[in-house]
Design a protein around this ligand. Structure first.
Ligand code: DQA
Length: 146
């Protein structure tokens, strides 16, 4: 059976195409999702996508992730750096997860260098733009098939 992957975007990803192009590239979220879908299909994986600007909704999505997914790719945006609620909800999900950031968060402002979810994830991919999602999916595939 194809591995089902929930690809989750958090706060401010609905306006991706109009954010800082130097850090995040010029793709809209829809365009990014088209690319991620193609990466997933090439790996014989089945992605589903969600985005919200509401922290509680992101948490509730994580609570339910196990009902429809085998693994999670998540880019919570700024919540990454401080949301213990999302960290706890990711623990509830109990699925293998990979943290992705379009930009190289470890090379930016001090406050972006800390991630409250990193140690719960099987890997982190950052600074590779949309290609980072391909790497994240490949990591999950490896984990799910080991
Ligand atoms: C981001 C990095 C975060 O620091 C930032 O708040 C974002 C996007 C990234 O993909 O590079 O919203 O998660």
């Amino acid at each position: 059976m194809r591995h089902r992957i929930e690809v989750m975007h958090g706060v401010n990803f609905d306006v991706l195409g109009s954010r800082n192009v130097a850090h995040y590239g010029g793709l809209s979220l829809t365009e990014l999702e088209v690319k991620v879908k193609a990466f997933a299909r090439a790996l014989d994986m089945e992605p589903s996508f969600s985005q919200t600007n509401h922290e509680g909704e992101f948490c509730e999505r994580l609570h339910r992730a196990g009902e429809s997914a085998d693994g999670i790719v998540l880019n919570p945006g700024a919540w990454t750096h401080y949301s213990y609620a999302i960290r706890d909800a990711l623990e509830v999900a109990g699925l293998p997860a990979v943290e992705v950031h379009l930009s190289a968060v470890d090379e930016r402002e001090e406050w972006r260098r800390h991630s409250v979810i990193r140690d719960l994830c099987i890997g982190t991919v950052q600074g590779k733009g949309v290609d980072g999602y391909r790497e994240a999916l490949a990591l999950l595939k490896e984990q799910l098939e080991s």
